[in-house]
Design a protein around this ligand. Structure first.
Ligand code: ATP
Length: 228
């Protein structure tokens, strides 16, 4: 653990080294709000995307970097026969035990941060015009605020979120509502937003909003270039 934590601190300072050189955009929103759809559209426009949710899944997939540490901390029962994290079992545990949540985060957060930094540095090297960090719990975590130049919040009514998540997964309405209750409120998120992407209409309408966002971010890039 100590090795991972030390490495993470170094990697974090590497990530801040990008500040001022390339626009760093935070993209957040509640469950099912449309973060992935928005980041996919931005990727098509050329943005460099670092999806921390995807990274969290990768490190807990079979042979993922967090698997052996989780087995050691929580016991082998928390790892399925396929070698991946048993998500249902872990979700139930962390919903009822804040200590277990903390303990899990002590394992996963440094690994996520390390991989986030690696991908961001690579995308910058590859010439991405700007970087978008997709962070579902950005408002809740607090640690991103000093790093990002612009916070984009994808927003839609709670009922739409519930409907979309139920359609996509086998979660019940109560389970989705429980996840929503554990996240920052819609109002809290909007309070911190620099740009709000309204995603309660059609996908065509969303595409226009994302194109406008892309133009706004390119302007941030121009401003950075002219002041450097
Ligand atoms: P999560 O936090 O759970 O990862 P998310 O914020 O990334 O969710 P998406 O996966 O992008 O949300 O969207 C949730 C679901 O809603 C997906 O199935 C997506 O295709 C659908 N969806 C998103 N926006 C729209 C829209 N404007 N019209 C129709 N369907 C949409």
């Amino acid at each position: 653990m100590a090795t991972v934590a030390t490495k993470s601190t170094t990697e974090q300072s590497d990530l801040s080294a990008l500040k001022g050189h390339i626009p760093l955009i935070g993209l957040t929103g509640g469950i099912g709000s449309g973060k992935t759809v928005v980041s996919d559209l931005l990727a098509k426009l050329g943005a460099g995307i670092v999806d921390t949710d995807l990274i969290a899944h990768q490190i807990t997939a079979p042979n993922g970097a967090a698997i052996s540490l989780i087995a050691k901390q929580f016991g082998p029962d928390f790892i399925g026969a396929d070698g991946a994290l048993n998500r249902d079992k872990m979700r139930s545990l962390v919903f009822t035990s804040p200590e277990a949540r903390k303990s899990l985060e002590t394992i996963t957060h440094p690994l996520i941060r390390q991989e986030t930094t690696r991908q961001a540095l690579q995308l910058n090297k590859d010439g991405a015009p700007y970087l978008v960090f997709v962070v579902p719990l950005l408002i809740e975590s607090g640690s991103w605020k000093n790093l990002i130049d612009c916070l984009v919040v994808v927003d839609c009514p709670k009922e739409t979120q519930i409907q979309r998540v139920m359609q996509r997964s086998n979660l019940s309405e109560e389970e989705v509502a429980r996840i929503l209750a554990a996240q920052a409120s819609r109002e809290e998120r909007l309070k911190h937003a620099n740009v709000v992407i309204e995603n309660q209409g059609s996908l065509q309408k969303l595409e226009v909003e994302v194109q406008n966002l892309h133009q706004k971010i390119l302007q941030i890039q121009k401003d950075q270039l002219s002041s450097s």
